[in-house]
Design a protein around this ligand. Structure first.
Ligand code: PMP
Length: 504
């Protein structure tokens, strides 16, 4: 076993090709999901009887909040659950039901929810200085220093309000530094919701078709490359030499959407080689992986030296204001608008915000990262992810289901329907409506599975992604596996239509 402080055992890095083949097979099979009679039972016996306060609250909220909830991850079937308490690996809803938390607020709480050491430091800060001043605070320096010590490629860092903002900032720096125009991102990957990067989201090859409300001209200089395909990446780099060059290659280091389509080590290392060859900056989006795969980032695990790294989530310890871009000094110079090392005046990339780098966000981030390092939390959470995935795989096999479970440390995927594994091939345009229809059907089934897990006391991310934290014990994981097993015992083939031509 070679974890060495990382969430992933380096001797057993997943075989991205083998997982991809399983996912390819999954989407060609009929849909298996929670059987309708059991879904009805969960709805009637759990949600209708035991979650009434959540239902009333979110129904009422629909009058003033579109859809009844503000956060994208909270739109759950059959209705959103309102959470009253969160601590460690548990959450309790307003009706008093207790859940295991595998959502982890979408990723930031590597230590579990609301760790006292971070909370106490934040309370002390609030008593003295309050959450924001608009001026420099010592914690800005402490957090910047800490991250630059932990991640060698990050020589300097700028804190921003969110991962979305940090990705926008990285784009601007890349264009100024390289003098080139285009941004290449991995198909299916998410780099926030800014106009230029909301491209090829969720499903590779979708270009702008899922980016409703964004005018197509915003994508004039954005393109996507297929995940885990260095040849495709190089083809796109060559192509863009003819129209202004490539300023940056954006990479989510475990694969798009937190590794929903996993990528190999060789692929990640190849992105660095190709970026250098074509004079583009390599931008690692470590919003999820930074301080989750390891305190030296996924880049430490893969031994890659990106020009820029984007952070979010953990960087503010689960508190608001979670975004940062860091990197090599010659790139970061464009945020200071000084002179470069040859004395040439640089244009400044305008990036920032009223509530960027507040005392609150930097204090919480600093104490969270120190505690993660001290407690070896990335490795602990990763070992729990490995145990959970192994248990799920055994249970799937026992019930003879087509589901695919895999993980990269504490980022686990339980893919029952393969919604995100489809892709769009523009050479076969006639398939596009059927692909979109299939993903819609499968999305609904994924939500039904999410409801079944919820009724068994497990909160997941959208019914398919499971983040573990250092707050889990082996006993908790074994209990979780028993609960998933109960749901799997209630699954079977669902009557859905597939146009056979899709796989021709
Ligand atoms: N990049 C990645 C890889 C992400 O997962 C996310 C958010 N889940 C973002 C960027 C955007 O971060 P934020 O939600 O803080 O804007």
């Amino acid at each position: 076993m070679a974890y060495n402080g990382y969430a992933i055992d380096a001797d057993h890095y997943l075989d991205a090709g083998a997982v991809t083949r399983k996912l390819d097979a999954l989407i060609r099979k009929p849909v298996y999901s929670i059987k309708p009679e059991y879904l009805r039972e969960y709805e009637q016996e759990y949600f209708d009887k035991k979650c009434q306060k959540s239902k009333e609250m979110t129904d009422e909220a629909k009058n003033v909040i579109p859809g009844g909830v503000e956060h994208n991850l909270a739109f759950n079937y059959p209705f959103p659950i309102a959470i009253a308490k969160a601590e460690g690996n548990r959450m309790v809803d307003v009706d008093g039901n207790e859940y295991f938390d595998l959502l982890q607020a979408g990723g930031p709480t590597v230590l579990g929810s609301n760790p006292p050491e971070v909370r106490d430091a934040v309370i002390d800060l609030l008593k003295t200085c309050g959450p924001s001043t608009g001026l420099f605070h010592e914690y800005e320096y402490k957090l910047a220093k800490k991250i630059t010590e932990l991640i060698p490629s990050v020589e300097m860092i700028r804190f921003l309000g969110s991962g979305t903002e940090a990705c926008m900032c990285a784009e601007r720096i890349a264009r100024l530094k390289t003098g080139k125009k285009n941004i290449l991102k991995m198909g299916g990957g998410y780099h926030g919701w800014s106009d230029m990067l909301a491209y090829g989201i969720r499903i590779p090859g979708t270009k702008g078709i899922l980016s409703h409300g964004v005018p197509s001209y915003c994508f004039a200089h954005t393109d996507e490359y297929f995940p885990n395909d260095l040849e495709d990446l190089e083809r796109k780099l060559k192509l863009h030499q003819l129209d202004g060059g490539t300023a940056a290659i954006f990479v989510e280091p475990v694969g798009p959407e937190s590794g929903t389509r996993p990528v190999s080590r060789e692929f990640i290392q190849g992105t660095e080689r190709l970026a250098h060859k074509y004079g583009a900056l390599l931008v690692f989006d470590e919003v999820v992986t930074g301080f989750r795969i390891g305190v030296h980032g996924a880049q430490g695990f893969f031994n890659v030296n990106p020009d820029l790294t984007v952070f979010g989530k953990v960087v503010a310890g689960g508190y608001p204001g979670a975004g940062a871009v860091g990197g090599h000094k010659d790139c970061m110079a464009y945020l200071g608008a000084g002179l470069d090392n040859q004395g040439k005046k640089l244009h400044k990339a305008m990036c920032g915000g009223t509530l960027s780098a507040t005392p609150l966000s930097t204090c919480a981030g600093y104490h969270m990262i120190c505690a993660i390092e001290r407690e070896n939390a990335c490795e602990k959470a990763g070992r729990m992810g490995d145990r959970l995935t192994k248990g799920l795989q055994e249970s799937i096999r026992r019930h003879n289901l087509p589901f695919v479970a895999f993980n990269q440390g504490s980022i686990c995927h339980l893919d029952t329907v393969g919604t995100m594994h489809f892709c769009i091939d523009w050479g076969k345009l006639w398939k596009v409506p059927e692909v979109l229809k299939q993903t819609g059907i499968r999305q609904t089934e994924m939500e039904h599975m999410g409801a079944a897990y919820m009724a068994e006391g497990i909160i997941t991310l959208a019914g398919s992604r499971l983040y573990t934290s250092a707050a889990y014990t082996e006993e908790d994981i074994d209990e979780l596996i028993r609960r998933f097993d109960r749901v799997f015992s209630r699954c079977g083939k669902i009557d859905t239509e597939i146009d056979k031509k899709l796989w021709k």
